[in-house]
Design a protein around this ligand. Structure first.
Ligand code: PLP
Length: 411
């Protein structure tokens, strides 16, 4: 589906998205929209997210233009926000779910189970049983023990063998240390599946989240080709699914990642019309679509140093600093419009989160103008691995953070 006004209408009316306020952004964009939320809800000082549906639509188009041969299965773990899931479902995305709860939330949007891959190589038996009940019939594995569980609870499930991708040494979050069959484990695993009469339809890998060295895609696709050949040698039915995982970011480097993938597919899987290529992008769709607005709840002045406390932090949305190795940025909401901020002197500032732990420090030595309690700080690009992993520590409830929907022109 393209990014037409009709698509937007469909997205806004979709399950998960329905009922939320959607405002088209004026030429002043997101800042004006956030300002309107803050000023119409004067009493509201809680942090909130803005999800820009126009950005999601533009990213979906960008994916389709650059990687038309790879059907995206959005990785729900990255950000399970129902409006984002609903928008992606309307645009035609599939979904990578890692648990029963993620499958439930995708099915509740009316997505058919055939559009879901249970892409967790190590699943609880109860979750496998649930997948069988609801008809989610594609999953990954990388051990004999997983094959035994699948044989017991979901023997009709099609399987992708997850292989350890050659490390992208530069990835923000490498996944290789935890998942993926080693080259010497592939043959015994395929034989075990054969003996158990389970159907292995293809290969899956993930080069690491926030990947930087795109040749890792080429090396992983080459490794996958070897696994296809091994399966053929063992007399297994012809493999026909290649899952290239996630690792993509939406910036200018996406074109380079996509052309590396395309060239590698051409080199290792030429003339294979029966091959289905899928991918599991998370960060690509979620990161830049969400902006977080936080309120300054405290301040301390120490000489030239300014220290601020905001009402979200390391135990909430900014857990991405610890777990996702993110570097966050912010700007005062008033910056664009207020004479107080325009061209004003900046101070080295520390921004603390609200909990009583000193670890809860979001920014240090960050240049900010003089700000006051009740001012707002706005953090862009806060959609990936943020609210999804936030806690309720000290009574600050990440899951209670509201999301407002906006729509910028995607073209
Ligand atoms: N697929 C799997 C199996 C993952 O573990 C992850 C992230 O951990 C993803 C997809 C999403 O990766 P990314 O956000 O880098 O696209």
């Amino acid at each position: 589906m393209g990014s037409s006004p009709r698509t937007l209408q469909a997205i806004v009316g979709a399950p998960g998205v329905r009922g939320k306020k959607v405002a088209a952004l004026s030429k002043d964009g997101l800042t004006a929209f956030i300002q309107s939320i803050v000023s119409t809800k004067q009493e509201m000082k809680e942090p909130f997210y803005v999800l820009d549906l126009g950005v999601v639509m533009a990213l979906f188009d960008k994916w389709a233009r650059n990687l038309p041969m790879a059907q995206p299965f959005y990785a729900v773990k990255c950000n399970p926000n129902p409006a984002l899931l609903g928008a992606l479902a309307t645009l035609g995305s599939g979904f990578d779910c890692a648990s029963k709860a993620e499958i439930e939330s995708v099915l509740s949007l009316g997505v058919s189970p055939g559009r879901i891959i249970f892409a967790n190589p190590c699943k609880a038996e109860s979750h496998i049983k649930y997948a069988a009940t609801v008809g989610v019939n594609l999953t990954t594995f990388d051990s004999k023990e997983e094959l035994e569980k699948i044989k017991k609870w979901h023997p009709k499930c099609a399987l992708l063998i997850r292989v350890k991708a050659p490390d992208d040494g530069g990835a923000r979050c490498p996944l290789g240390p935890k998942y993926g069959a080693l080259p010497e484990e592939v043959t015994p695993l395929l034989q075990a599946a054969q003996t158990a009469r389970l159907t292995v339809t293809g290969v899956s890998f993930h080069i690491g989240s926030g990947a930087m060295q795109f040749r890792a895609y080429r090396e992983a696709i080459a490794a996958a080709k070897t696994v296809f050949e091994t399966a053929a040698r063992l007399g297994m039915p012809k493999m026909h699914v290649l899952n290239i995982g996630g690792g993509f970011t939406a910036g200018p480097q996406f074109a380079e990642a996509a052309s590396t993938v395309k060239a590698a597919l051409q080199a290792y899987f030429p003339n294979e019309p029966s091959l289905t290529v899928i991918a599991e992008p998370g960060r690509f769709f979620a990161e830049s679509a969400f902006t977080l607005a936080t309120n300054i709840i405290g301040k301390r002045v120490r000489g030239d140093l300014r220290e601020y406390w905001i009402n979200d932090g390391i135990y909430g949305s900014m857990n991405c600093i610890l777990y996702d190795h993110a570097v966050v940025t912010c700007m005062p909401l008033a910056r664009a419009s207020s004479p107080r901020c325009k061209g004003a002197r900046t101070y080295d500032s520390t921004v603390f989160g609200p909990t009583c732990d000193a670890l809860d420090t979001v920014l240090k030595g960050y240049p900010l103008p003089e700000l006051q309690v009740n001012d707002w700080l706005v953090f862009p690009n806060m959609g990936a691995y943020t609210a999804a992993a936030g806690s309720n520590f000290n009574g600050f409830n990440t899951s209670a953070i509201l999301t407002y929907l906006a729509y910028s022109n995607p073209n």
